[in-house]
Design a protein around this ligand. Sequence first.
Ligand code: MN
Length: 332
Amino acid sequence: MGAPTTEHATRSVGAVLAEAAEARATVVLSGHVQPDADALGSTLALAEGLRRRGARVLPTFPAPFTLPASLGWLPGAEGLVPPSSVPSSPDVFVSLDAASPGRLGELAVLLDRAGTSVVVDHHASNPGFGGVQLVDPGAPATVALVAGLLDDLGVLVDQQLATCLYAGLAADTGSFRFGNTRPDTHEFAARLLATGIDHAAISRRLFDTAPFGWLGLLSVVTGRAALEPGVGRGLVWTWSSTAEAAEHGLPGEQLEALVDVIRSAQEADVACVLKGQDDGSWSVSLRSRGGTDVARVAIALGGGGHTLAAGYTSHLDREGTVAALRDQLALG
Ligand code: MN
């Protein structure tokens, strides 16, 4: 069930967390900025497991400290504390699903200030930061690594924990459609379903629920999509912004799902959505059909991710951002 390939690292992270729980240590846990289901599910599940084993846990995530509506129902979400409220030098800091220190925002300083810093992640672009690491690019989601750690801690994965873990697993595998789904991914899912969780309700909340304004935003954004067959192996791209989402009565996080629609264009190997942020920057999402390593592209442009799904932030204007992307895709 999602067993990590790095057994030595597993033992070290597991040992660190077991010692911390035994000592009733203060443990701050955080996912990446603008957390998704894997980041939050990992954070909440491991926090609850450590709490049951005796640790004083403070689950959080970097500013802006606004929980996406699609994830606010996750068990334990009410216990999340703002990043400004966590101790600046806890006994242990655990980073979950963050591919780089930059993805931890203002919490990145805890990597140095904590007594021990632990990094649990599955991004291929993770350079290996933090004091003790469990980084397995073969894992379909960070929640799969967290499940192994909960087993190490002797924590029973009940419905509460299974709900958090399943949300992360379903999201990061695209409901088991993406290439990161392996035989043991389904075994892991089966184990979670066997606890009696309502997986249909979890999927409906994650994937099939949005305000009516979403339909209007979708029509505008898909209507302006551009196909550029000559760029790399083909590029389809479009853009939106938090301001445009607001015009449709939507929070900015609704922009995240746009790329899943845009990438259906069969003529393009790479799909791209530029998401204009409140500060004027562009948050860029990339997806690949398989002919292009978008992690390489994202890393070259200052971001990171997986081979088929990656992203970065651009401070150029819209045309400059797309021009820089075209240049990278032209390299192959
Ligand atoms: Mn993930």
